[in-house]
Design a protein. Sequence first.
Length: 112
Amino acid sequence: MRSSQDYARIKAGGIALRGRHCILLALRWPGEPTRVGFIASKKSVGGAVQRNRARRRLREIVRRGWSGIAPEGFGLVLIALRGAITAPHADLVADVERVISGVGAAEHARGA
């Protein structure tokens, strides 16, 4: 996701689900392909190095698990929290999977 308008649309109309290491904002977009965006703010994560690391970790988890996410119908924004930097990989994966399933964007949650 690249457009600030998409982020604003999800922020305004979406639902939020908090995990231990990230927050997921989700909005149903019927008929549109699922898109995912990532945010790591200076206030919640830290300096540039920490923000980049948190975003990279979240992006890689989503990339590897993309086949488990609904191919259409969702706008998702993952917001990194400070724990996203130091959490063990398995814990971060479980957290991301839990919040994605929690909003119904996981393929197995949709009955596929």
